[in-house]
Every structure is written in C-alpha cells, then in structure tokens.
Design a protein around this ligand. Sequence first.
Ligand SMILES: [Cu+2]
Length: 239
Amino acid sequence: MQFVKIVSLSVVTMVLAGAVARAEDNASISGKVAFEGDAPKARKLKMDADPQCAAMHSEKTPVSEEVIINSNGTLKNVFVYVKSGVTGTYEPPKTPVTIDQHGCTYQPHVFGMQVKQLLLIKNSDDTLHNIHALPTANKEFNKGQPAGSTELKTTFTQRDIMVKFKCDVHPWMTAYVGVLEHPFFAVTGDDGTFSIKGLPAGDYEVEAWHEKFGTQTAKVKVGAGEAKTADFKFAKSAE
Ligand SMILES: [Cu+2]
C-alpha cells in the first residue's frame, strides 16, 4: 500500500510541474494600430459587370475593404504577428479556417492560419467565383467554384506572409491570409486593437502588415506571464 501512495504522489507532482510550465507560456502582447492623417475616402466598388453581384448590393453601394479607417482613428485589417523569436513547435489546430465568397466579396478580408491547418473555401453566392491564390512560398492554385458547389479544401505547407487571393471573374475581390508555423497572430477589427496571447517568455519581433501601407515592426521582450503593449502607427504613403 505504501508503494502505491508514493507512485500516486509522484504522478501528482508531475501534473503540477506540467501546469506550472503552461502558466509560464502566458505572456501576451497587445496594442492598437493607429492611422495618422486624413482618412482616405472609402473606394466604392462597381459590381455591374456581374448583375448577380450588383443585385446583392441593391440597397447600399459596397466599398473596398483595402483601407478601412475606424471611427476611433485606427486601422482595420492589419495582420499583426510574431515575426521572429518563437522557438517552440506548434501543431496546427484541428479546427479549419473558412473563407467565404459572399456578396461577391471575400469574408474575411484578412485572416491568419497555421501551416498545415485546413482551409475551407466556400461559395455562398448564387454566381460563379474562382479562387486564385497567389502565394510567395507555397504553390499557386486557381479553382472555379460555380454556384451551389461544395466547399474546397486546401492547406499551405510553408510560412507565407501574405498569400493573396483574387477572383478572376470579379476583379474587385481580394483577400489575404498570413500563414505561420505558430499561433501568435491577430487581425485588427473595428476598434483597431489586437491581442496575441499564450506566448512563452522571450525576445520577439512583432510585425504589423497592411496591404496598402506596408509593414512596421517592434521589438518586444516579455517575461513569464507578463503583458506588454506594442502600438503601431501607419500613415498615408506619399503617392
Ligand atoms: Cu468572384
């Protein structure tokens, strides 16, 4: 009996040690992406080329998502990710990421996923789309998706910042995905903030990417369980 007790005690100790190790991976980096200067006017999209698309927006003219300045002066659709400093191995999540062709736009417009994570490509529209991926490190693909067709499935095998998607039927349709070997990324939404959680302590380089305004980087050092702030600022590029 005494022997059994000793064994179970050591199991408890091992479990506790594991829990402590995970708690150490609890640093975070969060912040806000500001936009400086006059907000450019949202570019209206003309979808007349496909009456099906135009009909889906008969009540409100759709606008391009390439530059969206939020009401609080921040920038939407900025992909913020840990560019370097991550040392561990991170298995891709079992849950897939979905991109939908809906209202003749891609939803979401900017997103992130992991290497070898499943990407589902849906067409919710009553019209033909084709998804044309233009990666840097991965293989290009171009697949037609008629109305009512089942979702396509794909994965990326390499890190890629960023993979652009376009639709050759509807030239206004674009989207971008950042593909990483770890889960430390976020995309700014309607309040321009981002939060990257669950980081181990480390010395990181964080990059903020925007399709029109380029990239900004910041060096951030976080200790175990520490929460650090990294704010970014983009301005309209001189054209
Ligand atoms: Cu399309």
